[in-house]
Design a protein around this ligand. Structure first.
Ligand code: FES
Ligand code: FES
Length: 162
């Protein structure tokens, strides 16, 4: 199949690559960009291990074609920390023990960061519903909810201090 040029901004860096039209965004990120934080946990769009931010929305990158992202802004877990300082959601998952095997974690972190941008002051129920597209086999979710609420508190303090 003939390849098509696709250009997008990934974690602030402009990239341009020739891809087959059938190439999924998750494979583009992992295999072409070597950004292997985003994972693949299913073939039916349920698990959310592949969740990235695409033009300001959480998307499951196993369900998007790379060619559909031409001209888009994509953020992955590798772009969350800034100058070596963890993002509040990363710090929250670390402090509250929101991960065990870590396979779901990149998707959870990307979803959590978008959730907190869309709803900066969520209730526990908001977090559970907002994270319901992301499956975890290890944690039982309890500490993930605590981690997201921890991050929400930290981000709120930062806003008050600013
Ligand atoms: S890999 Fe499971 S939803 Fe994308
Ligand atoms: S920490 Fe193992 S799947 Fe979530």
């Amino acid at each position: 199949m003939s390849k098509k040029m696709v250009s997008m901004t990934v974690n602030g860096r402009k990239v341009e690559e020739a891809v087959e039209p059938r190439t999924l965004l998750i494979h583009f990120l992992r295999e072409k960009m070597n950004l292997t934080g985003s994972h693949i946990g299913c073939e039916t769009s349920h698990c959310g291990a592949c969740t990235v931010d695409l033009d300001g929305q959480s998307v499951k990158s196993c369900t998007v074609l790379a060619v559909q992202c031409d001209g888009s802004e994509v953020s992955t877990v590798e772009g969350l920390a800034s100058a070596g300082v963890l993002h509040a959601v990363q710090e929250g998952f670390y402090r509250e023990h929101g991960l065990q095997c870590g396979f779901c974690t990149p998707g959870m972190l990307m979803r959590a960061s978008r959730l907190l941008q869309d709803n900066p002051d969520p209730t526990e129920a908001d977090v559970r519903v907002g994270m319901s597209g992301n499956l975890c086999r290890c944690t039982g979710y309890q500490n993930i909810v605590k981690a997201v609420l921890h991050a929400a508190r930290v981000l709120k303090q930062d806003r008050v201090a600013a």
